[in-house]
Design a protein around this ligand. Sequence first.
Ligand SMILES: [Ca+2]
Ligand SMILES: [Ca+2]
Length: 235
Amino acid sequence: MTLSSFRIPGIRALLPLALTLALAPLGQSANVRVLMTVDNSYALFYGSSTAATNFVASDFDWTSTETHNFTLPGTQYLYIVTASDLSVAQGFLGQFENLDTGEKLYSQDPQWEVTATGLGAGAPYSGSAANLMLLTTEIGKANSNLNPSGGWVGLTAGPNNGGGPWGTRPGIDAAAKWVWYSSNGDLDPTTPGFDHDEWLIFRIQVGATAVPEPSSFALAGVALACLALARKMAR
Ligand SMILES: [Ca+2]
Ligand SMILES: [Ca+2]
């Protein structure tokens, strides 16, 4: 037995382990706190970029602020389904905190995307299998740009919390703004009441680690070194 043929199997056995450890920290869970309300109704879900997998809550009263605390299993998308009564005003107002990193952002954050289904009534407001499938289907259409908004687009901000016609919604910072999708170029689609191709879906990615932790770099380096060595010795 030569030296090289003895060592190669050992290195190859180590490779999957090293790669798994390197990738694990990027998908770590995130404890999230959401304070929000919508004129007139919403449902909060999370899932992947292509599917809604979990229902969190729904609410049908714009005057009440809801608090939702939950743990995301890893890097996920929050999905917020919204619809209005097409009367007076419509808007989504909220603040979102990652309790692990201390990050906080508002409903008008440029990381949000919005899409318009144009389906009218029948928005998914529960965690039933049918509703998860309906939302997932519409996410798929948005990802393929096959809906009235032409896919995911930027949202349009209206007044800050405290502005009309809603007044101050309790528990949400004054820095947060009411937002909506503008189907007609209206610079403030939150008033007057109008059907901007409802129902809408807002989404944002949460838990993404922009810069891998030092341990990830180190482990990835080990994996790459193993790979390079294995290739060299296999020649
Ligand atoms: Ca509410
Ligand atoms: Ca309304």
